[in-house]
Design a protein around this ligand. Structure first.
Ligand code: SAH
Ligand code: SF4
Length: 338
């Protein structure tokens, strides 16, 4: 088991069982999440028998760096190997307000969206919470700078790995853990309606992003087969429920695909669907993948789509792309190395 898989309470319990005092758990967490050491030996305020105990029971090295690409705008894409040889990736983006990382939550994804490179790789397994945390710590080592924003938008469907996601969020948000503010964390989901409701009830202050990509079932089902299980009206219902319980603005992700979901008629339909909701729409230029038949919308089409939303008083941004020259889109680096 990875040491990062343990909550502080679980570590206290483990140490207690082996005759060590509670404050030792705080010391270990300090080494893990403040000093960010990558070996137990470096924890030099712990007694030798405790270091041996930790070494015998836990692993601290979760990921092996296989490849890293640094793009011109400073975006870092890291390909990591897990202990069982599966490959995952993390993308680090530099912004004027700080560094943000996009983490992976599963090896592959079973949701199988037709435009997504990850969706073409069936899910092999869930990542543990520790494996998700380790992506932040390891990538900080590459960057030699602190990461202060986290987006859960890498490979995988986070709400399909729910327990580990919640554990991950609690450790990175904890003041004794990585102390990343809840408002600096965003979880993106393809729209698993019952899980969104469960998530809403937890009362986390973490941002929620929903991959909508279309305002009607005809287009959305083409892109996302999960729409057959949870159609647009149910996803909108879940967003309304979330807004009523969590009272936090929701992000709507919308990739723009040429001729499919980018026409003025579709933009108007989207405005109708979202009218009156406390949401903001993040328009994302589609990153073309070899295996999918879709093309990115033309720039003028994207701008026209944006303008229609603006005119209808829907809050909207058109995402500036980062890391395009290194294939920073979800799952692309990994799929090239299989
Ligand atoms: N499974 C979750 C989170 C991971 S995908 C979800 O679907 O929300 C994160 C975001 O990247 C989603 O909005 C997804 O639609 C988008 N995405 C996937 N492939 C893409 C591509 N080739 N170009 C642009 N965005 C893509
Ligand atoms: Fe999975 Fe998200 Fe890709 Fe869809 S877009 S296949 S849910 S990772």
């Amino acid at each position: 088991m990875l040491i990062y898989d343990l909550t502080l309470e679980e570590l206290v319990e483990f140490l207690n069982k082996h005759g060590h005092k509670k404050y030792r758990a705080d010391q270990v967490w300090n080494w893990l999440y403040k000093q960010k050491v990558l070996s137990f030996k470096e924890m030099n305020n712990l007694p030798d028998d405790l270091i041996t105990l930790l070494e015998e029971n836990f692993k601290i090295e979760a990921l092996e760096l296989v490849l890293k690409h640094i793009s011109q705008d400073g975006t870092v894409k890291a390909l990591y190997s897990l202990h069982d040889g599966h490959l995952i990736e993390s993308v680090l983006m530099k912004h004027h307000y700080g560094n943000s990382i996009c983490v992976t939550t599963q090896v592959g994804c079973n949701i199988g969206c037709s435009f997504c490179a990850s969706g073409l790789l069936k899910k092999k397994r869930d990542l543990t919470s520790g494996e998700i945390i380790a992506q932040i710590i390891e990538t900080e080592k590459i960057l030699k700078e602190r990461i202060s924003y986290v987006v859960v938008m890498g490979i995988g469907e986070p709400l399909d790995n729910y327990q580990n996601l919640i554990k991950f969020l609690s450790t990175i948000n904890s003041p004794k853990g990585l102390a990343i503010g809840a408002r600096h964390i965003t979880v993106s989901t393809s729209g698993i309606v019952p899980k969104i409701k469960e998530y809403a009830q937890m009362g986390l202050q973490v941002n929620l992003a929903i991959s909508l990509h279309a305002p009607n079932n005809e287009i959305r089902t083409k892109l996302m087969k999960i729409n057959q299980a949870y159609p647009v009206e149910e996803v909108i219902g879940a967003i309304k429920y979330y807004l009523s319980v969590a009272n936090r603005r929701v992000t709507i992700e919308y990739i723009l695909i040429d001729g499919l979901n980018d026409t003025p008629e579709v933009a108007i339909e989207l405005c109708k669907v979202l009218r009156g909701l406390n949401v903001y729409v993040n328009l994302i230029p589609y990153n073309e993948v070899l295996e999918a038949p879709y093309k990115r919308s033309k720039t003028e089409t994207m701008v026209a789509f944006y303008d229609i939303l603006m005119k209808n008083k829907i809050q909207v941004t058109l995402r500036k792309e980062q890391g395009h020259d290194i294939n920073a889109a979800c799952g692309q680096l990994r799929s090239q190395h299989l």
